[in-house]
Design a protein around this ligand. Structure first.
Ligand SMILES: [Zn+2]
Length: 311
């Protein structure tokens, strides 16, 4: 299990404005300690095998005890969670296929059973965007994470954009191909049904049965070395670029940050995607900065810590 301790425990215990940040995922529960001044000072992750909210809360409790050993007096706890979340109450309004039992649960209420510390929550893509936005002073930032699904967040001088009823900017489920590929959300033709890791694998498997046992990394490597696969992948890049150009026209952000497991694979052609996106835009939008995420798998925890430090 990967463990990163960025400063020693003695130093950690001296701080009194530290925040415990969690990033809840279907495979791993990532967590850390940090503060606004120093950023992330401790990071770790544990596999998340939980199949119920009860099992998940037991895992949270175990990790919380581990963090309290390192630092007994944090300012608060802050959680990055998948799904659509009413951040004022903590109610999870819409879940993800990876953690279906979250639907209708309230993590803020459940945390009251295991700690008396203040607890905050927001969507994981929102907090990834918040983390990445800190490298750009006074800029509006659209964040997109491409993993098993697609998450999007938008941060500007007003802070995180949530929409009218916490359901804003679900760009992964905007339809880009009418009556297109079936999406897990129930609709057809969503952005996520073309550009998430699972969708890329599915599209390649359907067109090339010999790719069936391959991982996303192996598939992208194959595309890079064998022209037979390239045109199918070009269509995926083109669909991806269409979604990005639409988002740029709607939000007019200064910066787009794209992260997640797929983007970090070296054979993912980020330059091609960028060029394809710019080609779809009129000149007045060409100054948008499009770049890869900086913080990798730590972004959710860092964003949670920033959220906690803002209170
Ligand atoms: Zn969808």
């Amino acid at each position: 299990m990967e463990t990163k301790v960025l400063i020693n425990n003695k130093h950690c215990k001296r701080m009194n404005n530290n925040i415990f940040g969690f990033d809840l995922g279907g495979t791993f529960l990532k967590y850390g300690i940090g503060n606004q001044k120093q950023g992330l000072i401790y990071f770790n992750k544990k596999r998340n095998p939980s199949k119920s909210i009860h099992e998940l809360m037991l895992l949270f409790k175990k990790i919380l005890n581990e963090l309290l050993e390192l630092h007994p007096n944090p300012k608060c706890i802050s959680i990055a969670s998948p799904g659509i979340i009413d951040c004022s109450t903590g109610l999870i309004l819409g879940s993800t296929p990876n953690l279906p039992y979250l639907q209708g649960e309230n993590l803020l209420k459940l945390f009251k059973d295991i700690t008396s510390l203040p607890v905050l929550i927001d969507n994981d893509a929102n907090l990834m965007t918040l983390a990445e936005s800190k490298q750009f002073l006074n800029k509006s930032v659209l964040g997109i994470t491409i993993g098993s699904g697609i998450g999007t967040g938008f941060v500007d001088f007003n802070g995180i954009f949530h929409g009218n009823t916490w359901k804003g900017l679900e760009a992964g489920h905007t339809i880009i191909v009418p009556n297109g590929r079936q999406c897990l959300c129930g609709k057809k033709g969503c952005f996520e049904a073309y550009a998430s890791a699972n969708s890329i694998i599915r599209i390649m498997n359907e067109n090339f049965p010999e790719t069936k046992s391959l991982t996303i990394q192996e598939i992208l490597n194959l595309v890079q070395t064998n022209s037979k696969y390239y045109s199918t992948m070009q269509t995926i890049y083109a669909t991806f670029a269409t979604a990005l150009s639409n988002l740029i026209m709607i939000l007019n952000p200064d910066v787009i940050i794209i992260g997640g497991g797929v983007i970090e694979i070296p054979s993912f052609d980020f330059t091609y995607l960028k060029k394809g996106t710019i080609q779809l835009l009129s000149k007045e939008y060409h100054n948008v900065i499009i770049q890869k995420a900086l913080y990798g798998n730590q972004a959710g925890v860092i964003g949670a810590i920033i959220l906690g430090s803002q209170t």
